[in-house]
Design a protein around this ligand. Structure first.
Ligand code: F6P
Length: 458
């Protein structure tokens, strides 16, 4: 293997440059050239195929910095359609002209679908990333729990999941955590902590919406900020029960903090957060509005009496407020845990290609005896019998649906990731850089602008 391509696809995460770095370092050691394809699969489809040599003479270019968020080579949600033969022929020509012997795709489940089509053209492997932490399995036979029954509604069948296996051992999890997840939780935890003090001072109820689509891992991780209630998409919300719960907590402490995963549903099947439903090219729903919808529902169901004493003489100011953490969860400097996993997974992906594997995913495994190790799984093992990859859901054992909180097993799951997730250099970075006087006089220095000088075209 002399020359490989690498691309980043889907939504960005803070650890993408770290993954690219890990892959390039491994390639340097094995004397393999690495070509960065610009803007994910969109770059491969572009007639001029913009690309950049990431390790001329087998040393990494200086713009490649594992501590920078975003992705040096850009990303897009464009995917390669396996049914479009003209598109595939064009990709084949581009791959031949670039002289690529293999391809590392850095992405999530949508990226695997794009990679599947390419695996017939050249060996392809995936280095996982997603802040949603939904790429992987709770246990190996999980995809077989999906069923399809004929239905008159589009797409002609109803997709359902049988009840999950009750018992889960942490060692069973395939791909324990994905790079980007830890940093997203780090950001969320700080925001929730800060909102708490406003809720306390003004006797308010704060509803904080976090990302994650249909998976509630980021919401669960927010447990480190000690919110009173956590709502995850996997467990439908009963508004009447939630109202009672909120009222009880408010009576005790005169403030409540609720964290809600953006894909949360009510128990009548309504998605709270798809208020502005739209779909991206990969077919994912774009969620928006869960916090606002919940604020509205709680405003109606709680009524005014609950606030009569604590908020008397404050007309016009609502006791409830919703806030969305938004894209800050996906941006900026990755914390140590993410940098570590990402670089190792990038390196592992290159090793997989060198070992002759294709359509394979590099994974992070955990066991109590060994800690974290790096392994791999065939991409098809993530598919159900109809070939579909489902986002990994939070296992029911991780969530206490009575208390609307993280369960004991959920705590055991989070601890290996977060106990030492923040490095001393992460702290030092804040101390040194945030109020660096140079920021006032110098313009923002973008590595994505710098790299443009190195971009080549076919
Ligand atoms: O999949 C990552 C993610 O950040 C989700 O958590 C979120 O719903 C979505 O991407 C947002 O996508 P976009 O940046 O395209 O709005």
């Amino acid at each position: 293997m002399k020359r490989i391509g690498i691309l980043t696809a889907g939504g960005d995460t803070p650890a993408l440059n770290a993954t690219i770095c890990g892959a390039v370092q491994q390639a340097n050691a094995l004397r393999i050239e690495v070509v960065g394809l610009i803007r994910g699969y969109a770059g491969l489809l572009d007639a001029r195929v913009p690309h950049v040599m990431l390790n001329p003479l087998f040393s990494s270019i200086p713009e490649l910095d594992p501590c920078k968020g975003g992705t040096l080579i850009g990303s897009s949600r464009t995917y390669v359609d396996s049914a479009d033969t003209a598109m595939l022929d064009m990709v084949r020509q581009h791959v031949t002209r670039l002289r690529l012997d293999g391809l590392v795709c850095i992405g999530g489940d949508g990226t695997i679908n794009g990679m599947q089509a390419l695996a017939d053209i050249l060996p392809c492997v995936l280095a996982p990333k997603t802040i949603d932490n939904d790429l992987g399995l709770n246990y190996l036979d999980e995809p077989n729990e999906w069923t399809r029954t004929p239905s008159s509604q589009a797409p002609g069948y109803l997709e359902q999941r049988r009840r999950s296996r009750d018992h889960l051992r942490l060692d069973d999890i395939i791909n324990y955590a994905t790079p980007g997840f830890a940093t997203a939780v780090f950001v969320v935890v700080q925001m929730v902590e800060r909102l708490r003090t406003t809720a306390e001072s003004h006797h308010r109820i704060a509803v904080v919406e976090v990302m994650g689509r249909q998976s509630g891992y980021i919401a669960l991780g927010a447990a480190y900020a000690q919110p009173d209630i956590i709502l995850i998409p996997e467990v439908p919300v009963n508004i009447a029960r939630l109202t009672q719960h909120v009222a009880r907590i408010y009576e005790q402490q005169q403030n409540v903090v609720i964290v809600v995963g953006e894909g949360v549903r009510t128990d009548d099947g309504q998605e709270l957060g798809a208020a502005v439903a739209s779909r991206d090219p990969a077919g994912n729903i774009r969620y928006s509005g869960a916090a606002d919808a919940l604020v509205q529902l709680l405003q109606e169901s709680l009524g005014d009496d609950l606030f009569a004493e604590t908020r008397a003489f404050e007309p016009g100011s609502s006791p409830l407020f919703g806030r969305k953490v938004g894209h800050t969860q996906r941006g900026g400097r990755p914390i140590l845990f993410d940098r570590f996993c990402a670089t190792q997974l990038g390196g592992k992906a290159v090793e997989l290609l060198v070992d002759g594997r294709s359509n394979e995913i590099a994974t992070l495994q955990y066991s109590e005896s060994q800690g974290f190790t790096f392994s791999s799984i065939a991409a098809n093992k993530l598919r159900d019998r109809w070939g579909e990859i489902h986002p990994r859901e939070v296992h029911p054992g991780f969530y206490d649906a009575e208390r609307l909180q993280l369960s004991t097993l959920g705590m055991e799951y989070l601890k290996p990731i977060f106990t030492r997730a923040v490095g001393a250099d992460d702290v030092e970075y804040i101390r040194r850089e945030v109020f660096d006087a140079g920021c006032l006089s110098n313009r923002y220095q973008s590595i994505n602008t710098d790299i443009r000088k190195r971009i080549r075209y076919l």
